[in-house]
Write a protein that binds this ligand. Structure first.
Ligand code: CP
Ligand code: NVA
Length: 327
């Protein structure tokens, strides 16, 4: 069934995967269940993309997302076409809209990693194929799906789970807040003053939380945030969109927010440590924690593969209803 047509016939399906807040709670559960199914049986939909191509345009570096999407596309029977900043005529002034219209006539989906969220939105609006956000300055929705799958696997549930995100209020935590709110979790984000998550995203996550018996809090008090937490999550102090000249200032501001054994000692028994990776041992997390018994980072990274397969399958078969479907 082509994307854009709902399998249940109720409405037009969600075409793109740009931001977690665009999903319904049912979509999130569907994606997690489908990810689990694909993890057990990776070649279940091996004919879906047979003899077809998925374009990937990455203007920022990537290890996990790039390689896991390549494998996910191959497992669905397709071929990935990797494009970089110098490859497309975009770099020579062709518009995003013209590029999107042309690519829609060749490939089955478009996976984009770039800076501005607005660019991905323009690609999505001008294309007739599914567009997937593989990380922007504002969001990392593919990561959040793997994060929730990992938490569900490790703790056996999502509802009521207490997550403390510690560090920079960046793309990773934006998507994590929205996903956690949708799943009925309690999320607290602890950042240094001035590095809080975007206020608009916090407001969106809170409105999702209200409908799902979840909560979203922000604080500068790292010890209060992690006390009793089931999950402690951190990310780099300098995201790819942050200028390297900020390093010294940031290291000074973020040092009290480093995840250490002492901080982990305040958490709930059986708590886990998560990081989207790449990690900088000795900066946002100590080697003892990331390489220690609470760390689930390798399973979390592994889950990028089946979750990306699930995103592709769900979009290409028109299974996502989108937020507000029943509104
Ligand atoms: N976590 C993540 O997105 O990693 P990459 O930047 O290596 O893709
Ligand atoms: N916040 C990080 C995530 C990397 C996967 C960045 O944007 O660089």
């Amino acid at each position: 069934m082509p994307a854009g047509q709902a399998q249940d016939g109720y409405a037009v399906a969600l075409k793109d995967y740009l931001r977690i807040s665009a999903l319904s709670r049912r979509d999130l559960t569907l994606l997690l269940d489908l990810s689990e199914e694909l993890k057990r049986d990776p070649h279940r939909y091996s004919g879906l993309l047979r003899n077809e191509v998925v374009a990937m345009d990455f203007t920022k570096p990537s290890t996990r997302t790039r390689v896991s999407f390549t494998v996910a596309i191959a497992r669905l029977g397709g071929t990935p076409e990797m494009l970089g900043p110098a490859d497309l005529q975009l770099g020579r002034g062709e518009t995003i809209e013209d590029t999107a219209r042309v690519l829609s006539r060749y490939v089955k989906a478009f996976v984009i990693r770039t800076f501005a969220d607005e660019e991905v939105g323009r690609f999505a609006a001008a294309s007739t194929i599914p567009v997937i956000n593989a990380l922007t300055d504002g969001h990392h929705p593919c990561q959040a799906l793997a994060d929730l799958l990992t938490i569900r696997e490790k703790l056996g549930r999502l509802d009521g789970v207490r997550v403390a995100f510690v560090g920079d209020g960046c793309n990773t935590v934006h998507s994590l807040m929205e996903a956690a709110a949708l799943a009925g979790m309690q999320v607290t984000v602890a950042t240094p003053p001035g590095y809080e998550p975007d206020a608009d995203v916090v407001e969106t996550a809170r409105s999702i939380a209200l409908q799902n018996r979840a909560s979203v809090e922000t604080t500068n008090d790292v010890r209060a945030a992690v006390t009793g937490a089931d999950v402690v999550y951190t990310d780099v102090w300098l995201s790819m969109n942050v200028d390297a000249s900020e390093k010294e200032t940031r290291v000074k501001a973020f040092s009290p927010y480093r995840v250490t054994d002492e901080l982990m000692g305040l958490t709930e028994t059986g708590s886990i440590f998560m990081h989207c990776l790449p990690a900088h041992r000795g900066e946002e997390v100590t080697a003892q924690v990331i390489d220690g018994f609470r760390s689930v980072v390798w399973d979390q990274a592994a889950n990028r593969l089946c979750t990306e397969q699930a995103i592709l399958v769900a979009l290409l078969t028109g299974r996502l209803e989108g937020a507000g479907h029943w509104a």
